[in-house]
Design a protein around this ligand. Structure first.
Ligand SMILES: [Fe+2]
Length: 312
């Protein structure tokens, strides 16, 4: 993959001496990008300042904005939000930008490879994503969903946080608790996720699978009382798929180590979920989650559980 690098505001002299390794990089002017119509291309817009010129250029070129001077805790959030809604990620560390380009560059022809290669790059998120998928499948089936819906909900559960790969890796794995502004920045992963689904899953766009994935990626942080994000939907406007994944996501996340806290045990995680029901979570979904966890206790090991399940 060729990377077209657009240097705004005198960043060229610094960048030509200090290019990331492993990429074919071609410097161009903002106007020059129109002459490069190859499909397999990607634009990086580098700017000294996080300002209108940088934002406008990144949106026009449908690229990624790289701004080493960006201070996350003093920026105008509505500008970052505007970029996210336009499908543009922002990075301020070269190591994060390189990680993002490596993933996009290696796999943009093959969606399955893309996903498989994405998850190991986000510490712990590989197992979390698949746990959410598995648990969502079990709950959906017990709630009486048909097998097509169960399959869709499982897949959507695996992909629910796919938009996080448009956020800086080092930022997501920061050992510090996030500030309010940083949390708002992370909340944009649902917006990036929607862009991802539309960009990479559009061949499925007439299918139930596409609709469920899009819905879950967009709405898995909504809460029944309207206190979630991004739209503040309430119970009647949240689909059963998103109600299920919102529970399994929080439940599984509580039982994963994070850089700033250790994992909860199962009982503590369940009591947290119960305390937030029905304000946040759907009572029927939580009831079934508890049943599923009770049934799991019958099995001594995960492999035994899988073996028995295959035969029942
Ligand atoms: Fe999420």
């Amino acid at each position: 993959m060729k990377i077209y690098w657009v240097c705004l505001q005198n960043t060229y002299n610094k960048r030509k001496e200090n290019l990331p390794q492993g990429f074919e990089i071609i410097f161009i002017s903002p106007q020059g990008s129109n002459n490069h119509s190859e499909k397999n291309r990607f634009c990086v817009v580098e700017s000294e300042r996080f300002d209108d010129e940088a934002i406008r250029t990144a949106i026009e070129l449908k690229g990624v904005l790289f701004c080493e001077n960006l201070q996350i805790n003093s920026l105008n959030f509505s500008l970052v939000e505007h970029l996210a809604l336009s499908g543009i990620p922002v990075f301020w560390l070269m190591s994060d930008l390189v990680k993002f380009l490596e993933i996009i560059g290696k796999n943009n022809k093959n969606f399955v490879n893309f996903i498989v290669n994405l998850f190991p790059n986000s510490n712990g998120d590989f197992s979390h994503a698949f746990k959410v998928g598995e648990l969502s499948e079990l709950i959906a089936r017990k709630l009486g969903c048909d097998e097509v819906s169960v399959y869709c909900i499982r897949t959507a559960g695996i992909l629910h946080d796919v938009g996080k790969f448009y956020l800086p890796h080092s930022f997501l794995n920061s050992p510090k608790r996030l500030t309010d502004l940083e949390k708002r920045f992370v909340s944009l992963h649902t917006v990036h996720g929607v862009n991802f689904v539309k960009e990479y899953l559009f061949p499925l766009s007439d299918t139930e699978l596409y609709r469920v994935i899009l819905d879950v990626v967009q709405n898995h942080h909504e809460r029944l009382d309207g206190s979630g994000y991004r739209k503040g939907l309430t119970a009647r406007d949240i689909s059963i798929a998103s109600k299920i994944v919102s529970v399994t996501d929080v439940y599984s996340a509580l039982m994963c180590d994070r850089p700033y806290r250790t994992a909860c045990d199962k009982d503590l995680a369940l009591s947290y979920i119960q305390n937030k029901t029905p304000q946040w979570f759907d009572s029927d979904v939580v009831k079934v989650l508890i049943e599923v966890e009770k049934e799991k206790k019958k099995f001594k090991t995960f492999s035994e559980e899988c073996y028995v399940r295959q035969r029942t």
